[in-house]
Write a protein that binds this ligand. Structure first.
Ligand code: ADP
Ligand code: MG
Length: 409
C-alpha cells in the first residue's frame, strides 16, 4: 500500500513526499478512506503511529475539494487537543501537509496572549486547533462563529478525559453544528472513551489497532534498582554518558524535582533544559525548538508537559522517578522509538517507586529487564516478597476507568 492508492489530491501527496514519508502507517491506511467517504470515525492506535496525518490529510483533501457552507468567518474544521504542545504539533503538521495548497490554520491555546487569537477569529480560517480551556474562554465572549464548521476532531480523547475535560468537550460539541463529520482519536477505545464517542459521533466506524501495543515492542525497556536519590544521580550520569544516547527525555514526578535535576545536569556541563507547566510559553517554545534542532541533549520534563511531544531523535527515555500510573509510563516510553525507530527506556527504581513498578508490570504483563552496572550496583535489594507479575492477566482486571490507579500504601 502506498499513499498513491489513497485517492488524495496530488498536492497532498507531494507534501507527504516532502516530509519523507514513503508509505502510510496502518492507522493512516485504514482511516483515510473512511474519512474521505465522509463518515464519523473513532480510531485508536499506539502513540507515535501517525494519527495526526490520518485525520489531517483527508480533511485537507475535502476542504480543498468543496465550497464552504457559507462565506462567513470562523473555522471549517475544529481540532480539540488536550495540551498546548499537542495543539501546536497538530498545527505544525497541518502547515507541513498543506504547503502546496491554499489553506489557513490557526491555534487557540492557553499561555499566550489573546490579541492575535481574537484577530484570527474575526476572519475565516480553514482549520482551528484548540485546547478546551482557551477555546471555551473565547466562546464565552462570543468570539467564535461556528456557522460554517464541517469537521470536528477530538484528538487524544483518552487524555482529555483523564485531564477532566469531559464537561468542556460536551459544551464544545453542543456549540457546533449538528451536521458535521466528527472524528475521535485516542490511545484506547475503552469504557468511558467509548461512551463519549457514542454520545458525540453518529454511527461511527471504529478502527482499533491497539492490540499488543501496550508493550512498545520496538523499545527496549530496562530498570536499574537504586538505593536512594544520590544513587539515582550516579546512575543517570552513567547512562547519559553512553555512546548510543543521542537525545533523551528524563522524567521526574514533580516540577521542583525537574528544576533541581536540570540544575545538577547543567552544573556537570550537560546540555539540558527543563519543560514543565510553570514555564512561560515563550520559554517552552524555545526549549522545544532547541530540542528539534539538537541544541539540547537532555530534556527534563514532567508528565503533563511531555504529553504529545514528538522529537524524532530521542534515543532514550529515562524515568528518574516512576510515574504513579502505569498508563503514564506507557506514554513516557512512547516518547522514544517514534515512527518505527527503535529506542531505549530506562527506569531508576528505588523503594518509593516500587508500588508503581508493580502496576506497570501488571499492565504491560511482562517483567522489565533488570540492569546491573558494574561499580554502581545497589546495596539494597529489590523486594522479593511480592512477585511483580504475580498471576498477571488472571487476577488483574482493568479498573472501570481503564487505568491503574495509585495503589494504596
Ligand atoms: P500519534 O498522534 O499517533 O501519536 P503522530 O501523528 O504524532 O503520532 O506521528 C508520529 C511521528 O510519525 C511524527 O513524527 C510524524 O511526522 C511521523 N509520521 C507520520 N506518518 C508517517 C509515515 N507515513 N511515515 C513515516 N513517518 C510518519
Ligand atoms: Mg496524536
Amino acid at each position: 500500500m502506498s499513499f498513491e492508492n489513497l485517492n488524495l489530491d496530488e498536492r497532498l501527496l507531494e507534501a507527504v513526499d516532502a516530509c519523507g514519508f514513503t508509505k502510510p502507517t496502518p492507522i493512516q491506511e485504514q482511516a483515510i478512506p473512511v474519512i474521505l467517504e465522509g463518515g464519523d470515525l473513532m480510531g485508536s492506535a499506539q502513540t507515535g503511529t501517525g494519527k495526526t496525518a490520518a485525520f489531517v490529510l483527508p480533511i485537507l483533501h475535502q476542504i480543498i475539494n468543496r465550497e464552504p457552507v457559507n462565506k462567513s468567518i470562523g473555522p471549517r474544521c475544529l481540532v480539540v487537543a488536550p495540551t498546548r504542545e499537542l495543539a501546536q504539533q497538530v498545527e505544525k503538521d497541518a502547515v507541513d501537509y498543506s504547503k502546496f495548497i491554499k489553506f489557513t490554520q490557526g491555534s487557540v491555546v492557553g499561555g499566550v496572549s489573546y490579541g492575535p487569537q481574537i484577530q484570527m477569529l474575526k476572519r475565516p480560517v480553514d482549520m482551528l486547533i484548540a485546547t478546551p480551556g482557551r477555546l471555551l474562554d473565547h466562546m464565552g465572549q462570543g468570539r467564535i462563529d461556528f456557522s460554517r464548521l464541517e469537521f470536528l476532531v477530538l484528538d487524544e480523547a483518552d487524555r482529555m478525559l483523564d485531564m477532566g475535560f469531559i464537561g468542556d468537550i460536551r459544551k464544545i460539541v453542543g456549540a457546533v453544528p449538528e451536521k458535521r463529520q466528527t472524528l475521535l482519536f485516542s490511545a484506547t477505545l475503552e469504557g468511558p472513551i467509548l461512551r463519549m464517542a457514542q454520545s458525540f459521533l453518529k454511527e461511527p466506524e471504529s478502527i482499533s489497532l491497539t492490540t499488543n501495543t501496550k508493550n512498545h515492542e520496538q523499545i527496549e525497556q530496562r530498570i536499574h534498582w537504586a538505593d536512594n536519590v544520590s544513587h539515582k544521580h550516579d546512575l543517570l550520569k552513567h547512562y547519559v554518558a553512553e555512546e548510543e544516547m543521542s537525545q533523551a527525555v528524563i522524567f521526574t514526578s514533580t516540577k521542583r524535582g525537574a528544576d533541581e535535576l536540570v540544575n545538577q545536569l547543567n552544573k556537570r556541563g550537560q546540555k539540558a533544559a527543563v519543560l514543565h507547566g510553570d514555564l512561560r510559553q515563550s520559554a517552552r517554545k524555545k526549549t522545544m525548538d532547541d530540542m528539534h534542532h539538537g541544541k539540547i541533549k537532555l530534556l527534563v520534563a514532567t508528565d503533563i508537559a511531555a504529553r504529545g511531544l514528538d522529537f524524532k531523535n530521542i534515543s532514550h527515555v529515562i524515568n528518574f522517578d516512576l510515574p504513579n500510573t502505569a498508563e503514564d509510563y506507557i506514554h513516557r516510553v512512547g516518547r522514544t522509538g517514534r515512527a518505527s525507530a527503535t529506542g531505549t527506556a530506562i527506569s531508576l527504581v528505588c523503594r518509593k517507586d516500587w508500588d508503581y513498578l508493580v502496576s506497570i508490570e501488571r499492565l504491560t504483563g511482562k517483567k522489565l529487564k533488570r540492569d546491573n552496572i558494574e561499580g554502581l550496583e545497589a546495596i539494597s535489594k529489590e523486594p522479593k516478597n511480592r512477585s511483580t507479575l504475580g498471576n498477571a492477566g488472571r487476577s488483574w482486571k482493568p479498573s472501570r476507568r481503564g487505568s491503574i490507579k495509585r495503589r494504596r500504601r
